[in-house]
Design a protein around this ligand. Structure first.
Ligand code: AMP
Length: 364
């Protein structure tokens, strides 16, 4: 079986690596000659909207998936007309526009921050009268890792914040006073079988994920699974999906969902019986899904912009390093390390050691 992947970054790389033991082959479309997943399969070198390459991808692959959600709608539709594409274009269409996404979550009775659509400074001023401050102005499309976002604390910031959006269609959200950020990751097959991973507790700084920890037996697991089930059913979803949530006094407020494997699930490679990457492949190939059981205390640290000495990372013998084969660049995720230990204290010590280490070379 051959799996096509749109995008050749670290997510495609980890998908391909998890597919090798299953005997899968890969074909990867990416505009960069040295993207991290190139070399793990046939590389189609060119732009994502190159119809000749998309047709070749569709013809050669038994099923096509993608590693990022900003795939242009017409590209996803073109592929879906020629081959099986999972997740289906409807999930992309909802998730790549924050306004549609919020409306969709609301329809499913999944709580979200209060929000308003913003197309002018006037809209923003009126919305802030209703929503209050602090708030966050976000571009509706193409935002990730906190890009295209401004935190609003005072009214005199409004004009410059709107100017910085360069007239992009936007939304403003009330700032959610959360105690924790968590995410739930699920995998669903075409036949409707679903598995859920234990919640991840996520620490972000400057909008970028720094650390994710697996929460075994979290009291909000059942509620998160309930919200996730509504989302999966509404989209008739196939593949892995992540729903990011805020924990506010024991209630969950949804932030956004990502129709793909997710950074907050990287710990599953060593920390769960079956990784999110393998379960994504199993789901899109309609194979039985693997157990999501956690294998101990597990967490993950991202290395952003740079990397400490390998010796310093690897000397923690309960850690595992994943390099993404990417050039170092400001704010760019270049690697992650997972810590897994049966003893909670040893686990916590190594996680702290690695996150302190990551800060030394972090240039974001
Ligand atoms: P996003 O790009 O929407 O995932 O936002 C990146 C990060 O910004 C989130 O993980 C939160 O840490 C923070 N954030 C986003 N929206 C809100 C909000 N409405 N209230 C509080 N924090 C937020």
């Amino acid at each position: 079986m051959k799996v096509g992947i749109l995008g050749g970054g670290q997510l495609a790389r980890m998908i391909a690596l998890s597919g090798y033991p299953l005997g899968l082959d890969f074909i990867i479309l990416d505009p960069s000659k040295d993207a991290g997943a190139v070399g793990l399969g046939e590389h189609l070198h060119g732009q994502y909207d190159d119809h000749a390459l998309l047709a070749e991808l569709a013809e050669k692959a038994d099923v096509v998936t993608y590693e990022f959600e900003n795939v242009p709608a017409e590209v996803a539709t073109f592929l879906a007309d020629h081959t099986r594409v999972f997740p289906a274009p409807n999930a992309l269409a909802v998730s790549q526009d924050r306004l549609h996404e919020k409306g969709f979550l609301e329809q499913l009775n999944i709580p979200t921050a209060v929000y308003a659509s913003i197309n002018s400074l006037k809209d923003l001023e009126v919305a802030i009268e209703n929503i209050g401050l602090p708030a966050i102005l976000k571009s509706r499309r193409m935002g990730y890792d906190g890009k295209g976002q401004v935190v609003l604390k005072t009214k005199d910031q409004l004009a410059s914040a709107w100017e910085s959006m360069q007239n992009a269609d936007s939304i403003v959200e009330g700032f959610v006073p959360f105690q924790r950020e968590v995410s739930i990751i699920a995998a669903r097959r075409p036949c409707g079988d679903v598995v859920f991973y234990p919640l991840s507790e996520n620490t972000h700084e400057k909008g970028i994920l720094r650390v994710s920890e697996c929460c075994i037996d979290d009291q909000l697991q059942t509620l998160a699974e309930n919200y996730m089930t509504r989302l999966l059913d509404a989209l008739d979803y196939v593949g892995v999906v992540a729903l990011e949530l805020f924990d506010v006094d024991g209630k969950l407020v949804a932030n956004e969902f990502a129709p793909r494997v997710h950074n907050s699930g990287h710990w599953t490679i060593e920390g769960a019986e079956t990784s999110q990457f393998e379960n994504h492949l199993r789901a899109i190939l309609n194979l039985p899904l693997g157990s999501t059981k956690a294998l101990g205390h597990t967490g993950m640290v991202n290395f952003i912009g740079g990397l400490p000495l390998l010796e310093d990372i690897l000397k923690a013998d309960n850690s595992h390093l994943h390099l993404y084969a990417k050039d170092f660049r400001k704010g760019r995720k270049v690697a992650h390390a997972t810590v897994r230990d049966n003893k909670e204290e040893e686990y916590s010590q190594t996680l702290k050691y690695l996150s302190d280490l990551a800060k030394l070379t972090d240039d974001s």
